[in-house]
Design a protein around this ligand. Structure first.
Ligand code: MG
Length: 375
């Protein structure tokens, strides 16, 4: 623990402890997109304490992120005060230099950063949107997301009905099944989505990098004909030239960015997308999201929050160039089990409580049932 007197003025009370936990939430049935399959979602939480208050952060990541926090970040964090979010972020970033600061390391850092904002907000009795400069959106547009390639027709219909219930005006399914091996089924499912969604709802698709560039061009033209509005990761998001080419050739919006972690990578992707996706649990927490959104604003681009509607909503109120938040089926199911205080969804929007200090969420009792011993 750091002595208060050794901290600079304005640092706030010293951060006393950094704790992690791992929670594993099984999916109702095995799920898949174009290029991955899974049967559970893991949330790694970080709890920071200072002056009798706690802050909670988390990332949807590998249980290994908990070890990264404990072995590489905790000591760095404890050398700071509760209000030193920016200084702490830089110190954590440099602590990872030799391990690679992208990917898993950044997911661990993100969970700490979100906990830090929550802690600072609670100690200052301010919501995170106020810490971020104040509210610009008091309602956050959402879009329904899921549509796994493993769903039966009835299961997809049930999911779409759930999105209608919350008034979603845009809905997204997964395509690119089995690395692009089933393009006819992909397009049939898109037609099914359009029928289920009905008029006035924008259809969106996510191929998760499952197509080759040639496939993505051919499928993309079909999607344009069908009136699809958004083609996410038509090719691998590592293929910035391929994304840029598709952006020129297709009418629909090309989107990517969910794996971005560093500001330099954000900058490099901007010419390749119509809307930049950012995930606060991967790109450096609320600090990283706010910075990345500002970088995108420099190209007059909007950003869309990837997954985790509850963890994103409190900050999104302060992001001027926000397009929408992804109301992702797996996370919509698990977030109320993990935390109390999840932002309600209705009328196609999330309605965050803009008076709750911090992000307004606390670990839920129900989370204990999903606690994993793998940490
Ligand atoms: Mg995606």
């Amino acid at each position: 623990m750091t002595d208060q007197t050794s901290l600079p003025a304005g640092a706030g009370p010293p951060i006393e402890s950094v704790r992690t936990a791992v929670y594993r939430f099984p999916t109702p049935t095995p799920e898949a997109d174009g290029t991955l399959a899974w049967d559970a979602v893991v949330a790694v939480t970080v709890t920071l304490t200072a002056a009798g208050e706690t802050g909670l952060g988390w990332s949807y990541t590998s249980p290994a992120a908990a070890a990264v926090v404990e072995q590489h970040l905790a000591e760095v964090v404890r050398q700071h005060g509760a209000f030193q979010i920016a200084a702490g972020w830089e110190a954590m970033h440099w602590a990872g230099r030799n391990y690679g600061t992208h990917g898993l390391f950044q997911q661990a850092l993100s969970a700490v950063d979100i906990a830090w904002w929550d802690l600072a907000g609670r100690l200052r009795n301010q919501p995170v949107a106020d810490l971020a400069g104040g509210t610009v959106l008091d309602e956050i547009p959402l879009y329904g997301s899921g549509g796994f390639t493993t769903l039966t027709d009835d299961e997809l219909a049930e999911q779409v009905a759930g999105w209608h219930e919350v008034g979603a005006r845009a809905m997204k399914i997964k395509i690119g099944e089995s690395w692009g091996a089933r393009p006819d089924r992909d397009l049939a499912r898109v037609r099914q989505l359009i029928e289920l969604a009905g008029p006035g709802v924008a259809p969106m698709v996510d191929a998760n990098g499952g197509y080759t560039i040639g496939q993505a061009q051919r499928i993309g033209h079909e999607l344009d004909t069908l009136g699809v509005s958004w083609f996410e990761e038509p090719v691998s998001s590592e293929d910035l030239a391929g994304l840029a080419l598709l952006r020129q050739q297709l009418r629909l919006d090309v989107a990517a960015g969910e794996y971005l972690s560093e500001q330099s990578a954000v900058l490099a992707m901007l010419p390749s997308v119509d809307c930049l996706q950012l995930d606060a649990t991967r790109c450096g927490g609320y600090t990283g999201f706010q910075r990345a959104a500002a970088i995108a604003a420099g190209r007059n681009l909007k950003v869309s929050a990837h997954c985790g509607p509850a963890v994103h909503a409190p900050l999104m109120a302060a992001i001027p160039n926000l397009a929408h938040v992804e109301y992702f089926a797996d996370h919509v199911r698990l977030e109320p089990l993990l935390v109390d205080g999840v932002t309600p969804a209705r009328g196609g929007r999330l309605h965050p409580d803009l008076s709750a200090p911090g992000h307004g969420m606390r670990l839920a009792e129900s989370a204990q049932r999903y606690r994993s011993e793998r940490n």
